[in-house]
Design a protein around this ligand. Structure first.
Ligand SMILES: [Zn+2]
Length: 343
């Protein structure tokens, strides 16, 4: 059904894990690994900004009548948005990421922003979410889908675990920019000549961001409007916003009809997209109970795990325990390839 070559491959996953382990030390101020990436205080400012944006997003969604519990955050990294939703919106859910080292920092970063509740943390692969069908009322991600060479299979997984009538919200994702010479990748912070080119502003037309990440093998993609259209068409689109980078949010759309001038400036400057999508259901079922208990499935056998002392699969016999408070639910071969040295 899907093109297997387009899935996020092992090297890209290993890159995510290796890079996040180092950058998390830098973001906590333990050790500087990359002089061209954000320091502890710069990252603090960045995270503060992200939290403010998410707080606005979640409030707006609630005002629109979107039930945000139980929720699942994909690509949660330090889980701050999940900690925000737990602490300030009083709802329960799961922060999921493939990098265990990022999830290990969730409590520390939550403390920095005085968020008293942290989410349940699950280390897993977005290509095979370890949950039964129809598990979550609300699934969200920020700056995550573009880390997959083809985000469509991931979004199909999201659709599967979303409850009927539930909502998927994504934001801060890139739309391809056609007018980019793509001569080189630049790091987060620019110096010297690059800084000059940024002021000038030539840099966004000759280079792409994400040098440090791609050096580690991480996939940093931009996604065409065509693919975004395919993604949104899996659902009932409630709101789609397109941002052209120098101008901010310019237009809302549900149709992706052929624009004229919008398309031209999008091609020139690149842009961002955010969307609220609903999993359409035939009936009114899915008016879910608020205190719904999330069940987990075996990443290999896809059957519901039995909660004994630890979670156990009755088919393959694997037992899933928590390490540093994090539940790791990866297919056995992936678990071995990515985390052979740890548990
Ligand atoms: Zn199993």
């Amino acid at each position: 059904m899907m093109n297997i070559n387009k899935l996020q491959n092992l090297l890209q996953k290993r890159g995510e894990i290796a890079f996040r382990r180092l950058i998390s030390q830098q973001h906590r101020g333990i050790r500087i690994h990359f002089t061209r990436e954000l320091t502890r205080s710069e990252m603090h400012q960045e995270l503060k900004k992200r939290l403010e944006n998410s707080r606005r997003d979640f409030s707006r969604l609630q005002n629109q009548g979107v039930l945000i519990s139980p929720y699942l955050e994909i690509g949660a990294e330090y889980g701050l948005r999940s900690s925000l939703i737990e602490s300030k919106f009083k709802v329960r859910g799961i922060a999921l990421d493939i990098a265990q080292s990022s999830l290990e920092q969730v409590r520390w970063f939550a403390n920095q922003f005085k968020l008293n509740r942290i989410p349940l943390r699950v280390c897993s692969d977005a290509h095979s979410l370890p949950f039964p069908d129809d598990s979550f009322a609300f699934i969200f991600c920020y700056q995550t889908l573009h880390h997959f060479p083809n985000p469509l299979p991931v979004v199909q997984e999201i659709f599967r675990v979303l409850k009927p009538n539930g909502y998927f919200f994504f934001a801060e994702e890139p739309i391809s920019q056609k007018f980019n010479l793509n001569l080189f990748r630049r790091p987060t912070k620019t110096t010297g000549l690059l800084k000059f080119l940024k002021i000038f502003p030539l840099l966004p037309f000759i280079s792409k961001i994400g040098k440090t990440e791609t050096d580690f093998g991480i996939f940093e993609g931009t996604i065409s409007l065509k693919v975004w259209r395919q993604i949104t068409q899996l659902f009932n689109p409630v709101a789609i916003q397109i941002e052209v980078f120098p101008f901010g949010y310019l237009t809302s759309t549900l149709t992706f009809k052929e624009w004229s001038w919008q398309q031209i400036i999008l091609d020139m400057f690149g842009g961002g997209i955010q969307a609220l999508l609903q999993k359409e259901a035939d009936t009114n079922e899915g008016k879910f109970k608020k205190n719904h208990t999330i069940k987990f499935t075996c990443p290999d056998c896809h059957i519901v795990l039995t909660p004994k002392i630890q979670l156990q699969c009755n088919k393959c016999g694997r037992v899933f325990g928590k390490t540093h408070g994090i539940l790791k639910l990866l297919p056995l071969d992936l678990h071995t390839s990515l985390y052979a040295k740890s548990t």
